[in-house]
Write a protein of this length. Structure first.
Length: 149
């Protein structure tokens, strides 16, 4: 992790907090109920994790789109095409019940990691990108697991 710049590392880790809170409030419904009483049920358990996961997959499509701007010709066209997959995946696959939506988000984040790797292989992402993405993906997937188990 030493090669990851401080700002992306801190902001990336902070970005996992809604996932971690969702998992925590799912396994500790007593604490989640306190928050739900003040802020509403959408801020606890699977609701917060699934909504936030959908937003983050769409956001990551934008990040990949930005990487694609560095490419030229056919690689650029392929990069732009691949970059929309996470957002479309979230849109089409994060519906239904919480278990299927949670599983599909897990698959979406694992698929995103493959796309991250490909963009890095093409030299479109910074050298520290994959260590950051692996770390964040592990946290997100582990935080989504309580929804599907």
């Amino acid at each position: 992790m030493g090669q990851i710049p401080r700002a992306p590392l801190i902001l990336g880790l902070l970005g996992t907090l809604p996932f971690l809170w969702g998992a925590f409030s799912l396994v500790r419904p007593d604490i989640g109920a306190l928050v739900a009483g003040g802020f509403g049920a959408r801020f606890i358990g699977p609701y917060v994790s699934l909504a936030y996961g959908t937003v983050i997959l769409a956001f990551m499509s934008g990040v990949l789109w930005g990487f694609a701007t560095k490419a030229r010709g056919r690689r650029a066209a392929l990069g732009y095409t691949l970059s929309v997959i996470p957002a479309l995946w979230a849109f089409f696959m994060a519906g239904g019940g919480p278990v299927s939506a949670g599983m599909n988000l897990i698959f979406g984040f694992l698929g995103l990691l493959i796309l991250d790797w490909q963009f890095g292989r093409w030299g479109l992402a910074p050298s520290w990108w994959m260590p950051l993405r692996v770390l964040l993906t592990v946290i997100v997937v582990l935080a989504l697991l309580p929804i599907v188990l």
